[in-house]
Ligand binder design. Sequence first.
Ligand code: G1P
Length: 288
Amino acid sequence: MTAVIPAAGLGTRMLPATKSIPKELLPLVDRPIVQYGVEEAVRSGVRRVALVTNPGNTLSASHFAPHPALERALAESGRTEALAAMRALAALAEVTTVHQEAPLGLGHAVLCGRRVVGDAPFAVMLPDDVIDAEPPALGRMIDVFIEVGGPVVLVERVPHSVVHRYGVIAAEPLGGGVHRVTDLVEKPAPDEAPSDLAIVGRYVLTPDTFAALEATGTGAGGEIQLTDGLRRLLRQRPVYAWELEGKRLDAGTPAGYLEATIHFALKRPDLAPVIEEALGAARGVAGR
Ligand code: G1P
């Protein structure tokens, strides 16, 4: 199975940080956002990645490629731990870059991955949605995919006031966090949302999704939406959803990025005391 990771967005919500650095390369503690996604894929048994970037971006793929000069320098200075980490990163996954020539939407970005995916089931992982779950969310979804024998989208209940930021499903619960999807709407107004179950950045899909996407016109925001492609697919076959068990962080907005940074820093024994002290001090200042 291949994981398609769309990473060709302009990152406008994170400007000016993303003016010259692709959004997915901004670090959360010590790893770029996209590495969390690739590591989740690998822990889920998916080692082949199609990274969809804009044509000018060569940086994102190079993060996963060997860096001989750096490795030599680390070897010569005896930095064996760092050297091992760099070699492990280069061996982590088989990353192929695919260019999305124009920003035509998430559905179009997924279509760009078709050549790498071939005629086989595939995953889509939106790197902004960083998921902290054990076992990994994608791996759980692959298990559900095998069990139900059809496409699975990851969903999470969100406050009704924010449904307009997401793809939202209408669904019938089947038990065990699995739902049968009866409709999907991209970015609905709150009074038009069919539920509070929002799609959150992970999909395990069948290859007939590509034909559905090809037949899909522009939707919300004037873009070709993956949600609309899946709505079309729903006419042909059952589509399922699985409710996330774990913590999802939206690293694509300044507030979510900060929250994600603190979340992962607090999990590091060497950094947690520093963060707790800094937050305590900040609270003290705010309370004065
Ligand atoms: C995309 C999808 C949307 C989904 C969301 C999850 O929207 O189009 O269906 O709910 O990701 O993060 P975007 O955040 O790119 O606007």
